[in-house]
Design a protein around this ligand. Sequence first.
Ligand SMILES: [Zn+2]
Length: 407
Amino acid sequence: MNQLKEKILEQLSEEELEEKVKEKTEKFSGMLNKEAALFLIAREQGIEIEEKDTVLSELKKGQTVNVKGEIISVYPEREFESKGKKGKVKNILIKDNTGTAYLVLWNEDTEKILEKDSGKKIELTEFFVEEFNGKKQLNKRFNGKFNLKENQKTKEIKKINEIIDGERNLTIKAMILREFPLKEFESKGRKGMLKRIELIDENKSIMLVLWNEKAREKLSEKIIKISNVNARKGLNELELHSTDNTEIKELEEGKLKEYCINFFGKKELNKVIEGNRFIAEGKINSLNKTKLLFNVCPECGKSIQEENNTFFCKTCGQILKPEKRLVVSFELEDETALINTMVYGKKAEKILEKTTKEIEEKTNEIILEEIITELNEAIKGKEISFLAKAKNNSFNGETELVLEKLL
Ligand SMILES: [Zn+2]
């Protein structure tokens, strides 16, 4: 038997209680379930009801609960008509440490929480739990009350792995791993621009899409604090999208290395674990004899396929003119081990201190082996430190490093 009922039965007989439950349900024309009715009766009897907060992961259909949470997202209100009367309804996604749920507001209440309230803390008292499409909903009925709390402290900085689909006005601190080319497009007769940027913090990365004016920002190779971005699911993964209010601040320059060492940690080469990012330090032992230039898609930078002199990119389709991309493989050495390291594109140019074009021109003059020997002489013994990601080389099964950022 439920605790509340037990308490009421200390004051009323079974019959009296049953009568009262019937009375209540009739009064609310069937809209009230038994638990909610018990709640109202207990209140009338002056029984003290323990006002404990319920966490969102433990909401159960039919309960009346008190909840403390944070507004993630406020959806536009919808109008509806029921029995000839017009009404409004608004859904609000909230979260706490354990999960998320929708808060459903009706009619004049819909005006009390607006989109700008995203990120604010909210307290709900005596909300009724329902379920819709497998998702818990909190409905304000009868004695329900809610209370918005103004944010006292400055906006919380989120870790990338804490971001939830639908979250708005987020602030994150991250490092730019890659910047993709600015793209122009036309939609509904209007021209637009977008730029994708891959951001990373600790061990997780996320794509940030900057729209229109924001896409023009010059950002490469920086640590940024970015505020007022929205999270939503892209084709495969969660993405961040800029809004009109998005602000991007560069953190102090010249601190990149320090920041990275704090953030990712340094590792000796014999302690490398596949899948991890860390700061590697060592010297270049020798350049491997591999093809240096590859055809890639000029749009997305991915490798392409060639058939009868026609080039195809899996993502972008047919390509008129492929781009050459530098791919360099070398052995890195520290006191503990020797490990193969791959480096691509601009970063490979930095390692070799040659541009892709210079290498391309050389390939017309001398054979690859000679180029490698020449380059090897120039870079052998060079000390480098960089942000590395350890991965498994699927051809030989060995662990290798990918140089993600030179420090
Ligand atoms: Zn492509």
